[in-house]
Design a protein around this ligand. Structure first.
Ligand SMILES: Cc1cc2nc3c(=O)[nH]c(=O)nc-3n(C[C@H](O)[C@H](O)[C@H](O)COP(=O)(O)OP(=O)(O)OC[C@H]3O[C@@H](n4cnc5c(N)ncnc54)[C@H](O)[C@@H]3O)c2cc1C
Length: 131
């Protein structure tokens, strides 16, 4: 993955990062978290055994194939200690929020308030600012 950001001049004549370059670790991470949290947001409240198996398999495979080698290695180690909880939408969203917070902590980023995870990724903020 590219480490340096290439700039281009946009329609307003302003130098801005190109949108069509290979993803670096940061953009890959932001996009992947968006997919994962949205998958958890729309997971079933009462998943079938097949749905549970599929979701567990998805995370196991992702932790092997995530295209940042050391991120994936830490991901696998974390999943051994904190196995993915696929019992319900609430459980999965909370497990993922806590996992994301462990990555945030490792990177020195602020922790997210997991009581608000469904506001952030499913329902929109209570103040209506996403409506
Ligand atoms: C599985 C995985 C492992 C990674 N491992 C590494 C690594 O080892 N080293 C590395 O340098 N980068 C890693 N990354 C990338 C890193 O986590 C960030 O995506 C990247 O640094 C960009 O961070 P950001 O601050 O823009 O927001 P991100 O951390 O990408 O978060 C995106 C948005 O999610 C929301 N959010 C933040 N925390 C939570 C939470 N706990 N629960 C719910 N929503 C939340 C916020 O609104 C935020 O704007 C990993 C990414 C993934 C998907």
């Amino acid at each position: 993955m590219g480490a340096t950001e290439k700039l281009t001049v946009n329609a307003a004549g302003v130098a801005a990062p190109r949108e069509d370059c290979p993803l670096d670790k940061v953009r890959l991470g932001i996009s992947t978290w968006g997919l994962l949290h949205t998958m958890a947001a729309f997971y079933s409240d009462n998943p079938t055994d097949n749905e549970k198996r599929d979701m567990r398999t998805f995370f196991e495979v992702l932790s092997r194939l995530y295209p940042c080698e050391y991120c994936a290695k830490d991901f696998r180690t974390d999943m051994e200690v904190n196995p993915v909880n696929v019992n319900s939408q609430k459980d999965l969203a909370l497990w993922l929020c806590k996992f994301h917070n462990r990555v945030n902590d490792k990177l020195g980023k602020p922790l997210f308030d997991c009581s608000k995870v469904n506001e952030r990724w499913r329902d929109g903020w209570l103040d209506g600012s996403c409506d």
